[in-house]
Design a protein around this ligand. Structure first.
Ligand code: CA
Length: 232
């Protein structure tokens, strides 16, 4: 699934250039022209990363970053600030307010994509193609394959696309309880229009797919709270 990147930029030419480069790199680009519009879009759908212009009409970019960091639901969205300033003091302030990285305009498309990749690897490993092994499972996002260890042998298991994303998210965020609403945000990208019981349906399918090798036991139901992937 391509990552959704929200561009918050009031200058149409720059927003367009960013969107073209993001889409060329396989991402999905959505745009807002100011902080208010960005907040409305985030309310509907959580982006996987935000490219945030410092100089915006109305609420400044840094203020929006602070606001997103202060709220539980948006706290973990990776943010890269865009600015025309090369000022060290601004850079420090941007990072202090919660931005993960910083790009100075004019930027090279290559640098932009490389920075996005680095921030995602650090902040949102479920969005990268890095293979991951945990609890006797080995999941490879690049080839969309899953293997389970049984009697020292690796057995290939079949998963549907949603179950695969769900398991990928669990394996990159283990030992934590995730509420249904959080899983909808993180795995479906939508907590408004998808019903919470949808999560239960896919958890059931995921467990069933892991059953042949006994790995369904890795997924705990935490009564009243949600689900947890536990390899302990
Ligand atoms: Ca601007």
């Amino acid at each position: 699934m391509p990552s959704t990147i929200l561009i918050v930029e009031d200058e149409p030419a720059i927003a367009e250039l960013l969107a073209i480069n993001l889409e060329f790199a396989g991402h999905r680009a959505v745009r807002a022209i100011d902080a208010e519009q960005a907040l409305a879009m985030i309310q509907h759908e959580l982006p996987d990363l935000i490219l945030l212009d410092w100089m915006l009409p109305g609420m400044p970019g840094v203020r929006l970053a602070e606001k997103l960091r202060a709220e539980e639901r948006t706290r973990e969205i990776p943010i890269i600030m865009l600015t025309a300033r090369g000022d060290e003091a601004d850079k420090v302030r941007g990072l202090e307010t919660g931005a993960d990285d910083y790009i100075t305009k004019p930027f090279s498309p290559k640098e932009l994509i490389a920075r996005i990749k680095a921030v995602m690897r650090r902040r949102a490993p479920q969005l990268t193609d890095d293979a991951i092994s945990l609890g006797g499972l080995r999941l490879d996002p690049a080839t969309h394959r899953l293997w389970a260890l049984q009697n020292a042998e690796e057995i290939a298991l079949d998963l549907g696309p949603t179950e695969f994303r769900l398991l990928h998210f669990f394996m990159t965020h283990p030992e934590r309880v995730h509420s249904r609403s959080h899983l909808l945000d993180q795995v479906w990208g939508d907590h408004v229009y998808v019903e919470e019981r949808t999560v239960d349906v896919h958890i059931r399918r995921l467990r069933k797919a892991l059953e042949p090798t006994g790995h369904d036991a890795l997924i705990d139901t935490v009564r009243g709270s949600g689900y947890r992937f536990s390899a302990r």
